[in-house]
Design a protein around this ligand. Structure first.
Ligand SMILES: Cc1cc2nc3c(=O)[nH]c(=O)nc-3n(C[C@H](O)[C@H](O)[C@H](O)COP(=O)(O)O)c2cc1C
Length: 195
């Protein structure tokens, strides 16, 4: 039987998962997030370096990030009449995300190991995304410039030798975007079976 004929469980979850940007205000249970993370760490990881840690930002904690986003936006706007409004828009954008999970990777001094570590962290994030989706929780992997900004890093205690790989904006979806079709891998497959 092919996967298409038996499409349930994991295959279905993979295809139906979407990056979600709009959330209900409903909170996500921190205990559940911990549980999902404890499962996600079973990602493949060469040398078992386990290079990850996590910063969970919620409730009033979100103000730390929202305030920085507001200041950034205000700095970009030269028109004083529009400045406050733009700042508020960016502030609200962060305050409307129920839970922000920053995935932090320790940067191995060996660049080959570091690259493999980034791959392992990515596997972990995909594990987590699928497990969350299974629980009805949506998220989007955000890789915005904030992640490298000193103010952002300092307020979340991200130190030297650490990389903020992703900011996962999470919550119960208010809106699930339509799927963006993928090119079948079979069209990109080269089979080598001759000497
Ligand atoms: C490394 C990485 C970085 C991403 N960064 C962003 C981002 O900064 N903002 C965003 O909206 N989506 C980001 N995404 C999500 C992709 O845009 C999204 O997966 C893609 O549009 C396909 O949509 P789907 O996940 O709903 O299938 C990122 C995904 C990955 C793997």
């Amino acid at each position: 039987m092919t996967i298409a004929q038996t499409e349930t469980g994991l295959a279905r979850l993979m295809k139906e998962r979407r990056s979600v940007h709009q959330f209900e205000s409903r909170e996500v249970d921190v205990g559940l997030v911990e549980e999902l993370l404890d499962t996600s760490v079973w990602a493949p990881n060469h040398r078992l370096t386990q290079p990850w840690r996590f910063v969970l930002v919620r409730g009033e904690g979100r103000r730390r990030i929202a305030d920085i986003a507001r200041r950034n936006a205000e700095k970009r706007e030269s028109d004083p009449a529009k400045r406050a409004e733009l700042g508020q828009t960016f502030y609200d954008r962060f305050m409307n995300v129920p839970l922000i999970l920053v995935v932090v990777m320790s940067e191995n001094p060996n660049m080959a190991v570091r690259e493999e570590d980034y791959a392992a962290v990515s596997c972990l994030i995909q594990n987590f995304s699928l497990l969350a989706w299974e629980q009805g929780i949506g998220l989007v992997w955000e890789s915005y410039p904030l992640l490298t900004q000193t103010e952002f890093r300092d307020t979340l205690g991200i130190g030297l030798g650490e990389r903020a790989v992703a900011s996962l904006h999470m919550g119960y979806p208010a809106k699930v975007p339509p799927a963006q079709p993928r090119i079948p891998a079979s069209e990109r497959l080269t089979i080598v079976d001759t000497p």
